[in-house]
Design a protein around this ligand. Sequence first.
Ligand SMILES: [Fe+2]
Length: 310
Amino acid sequence: MLNKVQSVVFPFYRQPVPCYGFECVYAVESGLRVSDSINSETLYGDLAHSGAVIYRDFADTLEDFNNLVSAHSSRVTFDPARKAATSNTAEIEAGVYEMGLHRENGNLPFNPDLQWFYCLEPALVGSETTMCDGWRVLFELSAKTRKHFETRDIRYVRRIPWANVKRFLSIELNLPIEDITDEHLYQVNEHVKGQAYQRIDQNLISSEFVVSALEISRFSGRKAFCNSMLGPSVNYEPPLITWADGEDISLDIWDEIKEITARNTYSHFWKKGDIVVIDNTRVMHGRRRLDDTSRRIFGAQSYRHGGSSQ
Ligand SMILES: [Fe+2]
């Protein structure tokens, strides 16, 4: 007698985003939480494969999201320009204009490995979060442009209010904000290759950061075009971006980058409860124009377990 073949029912299934390949994981059972369903190995494995993971139809609350971030991070940081909401996350308030693709903190001396998002209230229209896989971008760059980025670093120059620098350093150096002094600026200058802070006056600090526009993913080990060249600075003065020696990056190169990244940019239209996890060393993110200001998205940044940074 033939045994009846029983199909195995999984509590969730995967459906990569067509054309872009980001991992999309859908819950099947109702009430299932991401925080109970995955371990760091699965998450990091998915990130190594796809660059970003989108969890949909799970039941996580903001507090569960907060715990999820903690569980899969060695250390959690914030964007210093935002207010804290829960212990690990902050509500995103970044104006209404379209926000270009960027690597989180890409023009700052400390870059998190992971960018996290949680949707508490979706927008009715537009306001999508954008994601662009820098590994694909690097693959599509012309040989000439790729060679430029492989042989030359880029430089971000800008002025930042001292209050913001203080907040940023207090988080990254793990010190109380009132203890941060000019001494710490010099410490960072000494320890972070490419970073040069300099005091202008009591209010402003000048910051120069020289870094490659290409990054090795801390999850896949592959090289990607991952930087903040196209990102605006909603909370700060926009940086002047040149080659490391101050020479202008030609308009042809800027045009090529814009065209290739635009072609590879996926727009994620949020559904309530969606959780997105991004490899910040490979995939750049941004946002379309905010057409519905009732949208509420929370974000967090963190470092992975077992990473070299921590
Ligand atoms: Fe961001």
